[in-house]
Design a protein around this ligand. Structure first.
Ligand code: GDP
Length: 296
């Protein structure tokens, strides 16, 4: 397993106990350990660099509090900066629009997009008493539309009937009409994923966004995305205007560094984390918990 950042810094600062202020050489030595801790937690390298630079600037010259060691002081500064960057509070969905509110789900194939669509539908139905319709726009992956229908029947949420041969934009239009006519509060659009970001995927996603004007456009990413997180986040933010991010598979041993990468690149809040394969495995994102997990 990994050493915690406190343990690492304990070593760096062992000789310095009791000094008045953090000097630049000490802080740089500490930041080497911070950098390793962040990389081990799967934060993408460019994000690690800019984070470490900004924290170094903040830390140099700070007085060490009487009650703690220099190592603990640096951990506190790093932790506070992480929480700050991850967003200081939880962020729920914002669906305060004339119904039906559209939620468009985007992401790479295998990220957990379809499962998360059903998880959110379940939450909205049970917790917020919303009438929800789900529609799968994934015409590439065989059985994707059926997968959503099966999940819908497990949680008693309606899915748009499948019409063979329809293209995503047509399906989105049909879903929108159905949601309006049948008085749904929320329409969830599960867009197609691909194994890699490609232009066809992006064009299709933009076209769907244009016809549906979503209240929420949520990027679903696997918490183990690691160094690729920056590319994934950039590609999607460049093409559609995201309103939030969801990190899946936080029930596994991911350290959650992708959260920091996603937040840094998209500038959008992380709204939920996926915590299991079951449809109740969805929680609001708590910045301070994830900061703790990143630091180990
Ligand atoms: P999609 O291709 O992005 O739509 O991905 P799916 O929703 O089909 O999910 C792919 C796999 O990941 C499925 O086996 C899901 O059960 C699983 N999965 C999704 N979210 C989570 C999660 O938060 N935790 C765990 N452990 N598994 C998840």
């Amino acid at each position: 397993m990994f050493d915690s950042l406190s343990d690492r810094l304990g070593g760096v600062f062992a000789a310095l106990r009791g000094r008045g202020a953090l000097n630049e050489a000490d802080v740089r030595a500490a930041m080497r350990e911070v950098r390793i801790a962040l990389l081990e937690a799967d934060v993408a390298l460019p994000v690690v660099r800019s984070f470490v630079d900004s924290v170094t600037e903040k830390a140099v010259g700070q007085n060490v509090l009487r009650s703690i060691t220099p190592g603990q002081q640096v951990v506190k500064i790093v932790n506070d900066a992480l929480v700050d960057m991850l967003g200081s509070d939880t962020a729920d969905l914002e669906l305060d629009v004339t119904p039906p509110a559209i939620i468009m789900m985007v992401g790479l194939q295998g990220s957990g997009k379809t499962t998360t669509t059903a998880k959110i539908a379940k939450r909205l139905t049970e917790k917020d008493r919303k009438k929800v319709l789900m529609a799968s726009l994934d015409v590439n992956r065989p059985a994707a539309q059926e997968q959503l229908a099966v999940l819908g029947s497990q949680i008693n949420v309606a899915t748009l009937p499948v019409v063979a041969g329809q293209q995503p934009v047509e399906i989105a239009r049909r879903a929108l009409n159905a949601a309006r006519l049948q008085g749904y509060d929320v329409l969830m659009l599960d867009t197609a994923g691909r194994l890699h970001v490609d232009q066809a995927l992006m064009d299709e996603m933009r076209a769907v966004s244009d016809v549906s004007s979503p209240a929420e456009t949520l990027l679903v990413v696997d918490a183990l995305t690691g160094q690729d997180a920056v590319n994934v986040a950039k590609s999607f933010t460049d093409q559609v205007s995201l309103t939030g991010v969801i990190l899946t598979r936080m029930d596994g041993d991911a350290r959650g560094g992708a959260a920091l990468s996603m937040r840094a690149v998209t500038g959008k809040p992380i709204k939920f984390v996926g915590t299991g394969e079951k449809l109740d495995g969805l929680e609001l994102f708590h910045p301070s918990r994830v900061a703790g997990r990143i630091l180990g």
